[in-house]
Ligand binder design. Structure first.
Ligand code: G3P
Ligand code: MG
Length: 241
């Protein structure tokens, strides 16, 4: 079972910042997950929420600010003083960090609330320009975006994100179409998931920080988990560093 650092090493560093990503990049884990939004001036930035209020000293929607405006805020000190001055990273900056590693990258398109016209196309273009196609899985709760990625670049792995308990998920995956299923922890241990795992579908589970759940998922046979504490998770799962 593979370990992905969720929003970078977000349990110990401010989520979705370069310090969280450099920390994850040092670890012998399988991959890293991060979230992408589009600014007012069409730049791809890495942040979880639609607004900057929770993870910065500013407020307002990402979609209403230019990259230059977003760069004037501090995305570190909400987490701890030692991270004061941490800027919002662009997708390009994050990809540069990992292009020097062999980690796999899960790029989550956060277009499920605001549609961010053209975002999927821009992300695919950047991934291809940086020749990261074979190391990337592009996921979203916005299954229209997942479909769009498959249409633009069929060779790039895609995943549909779900919070719900599903019935016949394989049928729906084929309909989108998407290659893999990224599902929340409570839904992952339901009977319908056991069936798709038996059918050989790639299933990755978020967000798993506790040893007992990680071990249950390993028994169930899921492909990977996303954790805020990748270093601790390596110990729980007896991985060598
Ligand atoms: O991509 C897995 C997980 O990150 C999905 O939920 O809200 O943490 O982006 P969220
Ligand atoms: Mg995410």
């Amino acid at each position: 079972m593979d370990i992905y650092a969720h929003r970078g090493s977000s349990g110990t560093h401010p989520e979705n910042t370069l310090s969280a990503f450099y920390e994850a990049a040092k670890l012998p884990i399988y991959g890293v997950e991060f979230d992408v939004h589009l600014t007012k001036d069409g730049e791809l930035v890495v942040i979880h929420d639609e607004t900057i209020a929770r993870t910065s000293n500013g407020k307002g929607f990402v979609k209403d600010m230019t990259l230059a405006e977003l760069r004037s805020f501090d995305f570190g000190s909400w987490f701890a003083d030692e991270f004061r001055g941490e800027p919002i990273p662009t997708l390009h900056e994050v990809l540069v960090v990992f292009s020097e590693t062999s980690l796999h990258l899960n790029i989550e398109l956060k277009s499920d609330i605001f549609p961010y016209e053209g975002m999927a196309k821009k992300v695919v273009a950047m991934v291809q320009r940086m020749k990261l196609d074979s190391r990337v899985v592009i996921s979203s709760f916005d299954h229209e975006a997942v479909r769009a990625v498959k249409k633009i670049a069929p060779h790039i792995e895609t995943a549909a994100l779900f919070m719900e308990v599903l019935v016949d998920p394989l049928d729906y995956l084929r309909t989108i179409p998407a290659d893999a299923l990224h599902i929340s922890l409570p839904s992952a241990v339901r009977p319908s998931m056991r069936k798709v795992i038996e059918d050989g579908v790639t299933v990755r589970v978020f967000t798993v920080n506790e040893e007992k759940y990680a071990k249950t998922l390993r028994e169930v046979g899921v492909t990977a988990l996303f954790t805020d504490y990748p270093e601790k998770m390596m110990i729980y799962l007896d991985r060598k560093s």
